[in-house]
Write a protein that binds this ligand. Structure first.
Ligand code: NAI
Length: 290
């Protein structure tokens, strides 16, 4: 069993930690923010309480899985890991600094992966002394429930690593696909027009957010409408991904971000996690567009 280190205990890092812990891996979850680590641990405990109540796990098994995760505020906890998956803020320079720092701590053979939604794996790898060990492993939100995982070898990634990661991802019950290192990979590229056209419809007054979400879910067959989904992902993440894909495609207007979403992002209206996005999630509020 590989020991897996996760950088970032937010929505994605916590979910990825759960996926590996459930498959029996030892996991080290690291975050610079102690509150994030505490929150992650509490949320996982609540999740397993529900799973035990639904008889998906015995109380003993649930405890054993939670015990597989060590919460660390010190990067040195990664020294004995075989694989590191980074899931911090979607910012290339910060990710590069983190990869450079982590490389000083991990063993020679440790694989370094990023969960980035849109950034160039080649750029992230360029910060490392051994870029051949760097690869993208892109989970979807919520990681414990979403089966798909994109695996993205960079031009520097050593031959065969993508296949090794594919086998590992299959072994934790996920469905991997290997994709080239282009902005947004497969899903986030195809998803851009889903979000941006929905926002354009809203801006043009064609329909309100609830109607568009209703049309896409009840009639269109999508599990979540575009506005619910953006609020769920978080506008800090989703807006940055859109901006990054737009820049990466040399400002191709097909990927142009919207001012409506930019304003939500600037206001700190990130969606569910901040209590307000396109919808209002405040205690007692109707689920209503502001
Ligand atoms: P988040 O904001 O929920 O969590 C990020 C965490 O990283 C926070 O706990 C923060 O304290 C921590 N952090 C920030 N800088 C750090 C550093 N230098 N060292 C250690 N920890 C640090 O973000 P989320 O949603 O988990 O996204 C993380 C990454 O995953 C991003 O690259 C994003 O593009 C990608 N992603 C996000 C998805 C989503 O739907 N939210 C889906 C798939 C990928």
């Amino acid at each position: 069993m590989k020991k897996v280190g996760i950088i970032g205990g937010g929505a994605m890092g916590s979910g990825i930690a759960q996926v590996f812990a459930q498959s029996g891996h030892a996991v080290v979850l690291y975050d610079t923010n102690q509150d994030a680590l505490d929150r992650s641990k509490q949320n996982l405990a609540k999740t397993f309480e529900k799973l035990v109540a639904k008889e998906k796990y015995t109380a003993e098994k649930a405890q054993e899985i939670q015990n597989n995760i060590e919460y660390a505020a010190d990067l040195n906890a990664f020294a004995s890991c075989d694989l590191i998956i980074e899931a911090i803020i979607e910012n290339l320079e910060i990710k590069k600094t983190v990869f450079k720092n982590v490389e000083d701590i991990v063993s020679e053979n440790c694989i370094l992966a990023s969960n980035t939604s849109s950034l160039s794996i080649a750029s992230i790898a360029s910060a490392c002394a051994k870029p051949e060990r760097v690869i993208g492993i892109h989970f979807f939100n919520p990681a414990p429930l979403m089966a798909l995982v994109e695996i993205i070898p960079a031009v520097q990634t050593r031959e065969g690593l993508a296949e090794e990661i594919k086998a590992l991802i299959q072994s934790v019950g996920k469905l991997p696909v290997i994709t080239k290192d282009t902005p947004g990979f497969i899903v986030n590229r195809v998803a851009r027009p889903f979000y941006s056209e929905a926002i354009r419809l809203l801006e043009e007054g064609v329909a309100d957010a609830e109607t568009i979400d209703y049309a896409m879910t009840s009639v269109g067959g999508f599990r979540m409408g575009p506005f619910e989904l953006m609020d769920f992902i978080g506008h800090d993440v989703n807006y940055r991904v859109t901006e990054s894909i737009f820049e990466s495609f040399f400002y191709d207007p097909r990927f142009k971000p919207s001012f409506s979403q930019k304003r939500l992002f600037e206001a700190g209206f990130y969606g569910r996690k901040s209590g307000r996005g396109f919808y209002n999630y405040a205690e007692g509020a109707e689920k209503k567009a502001p």
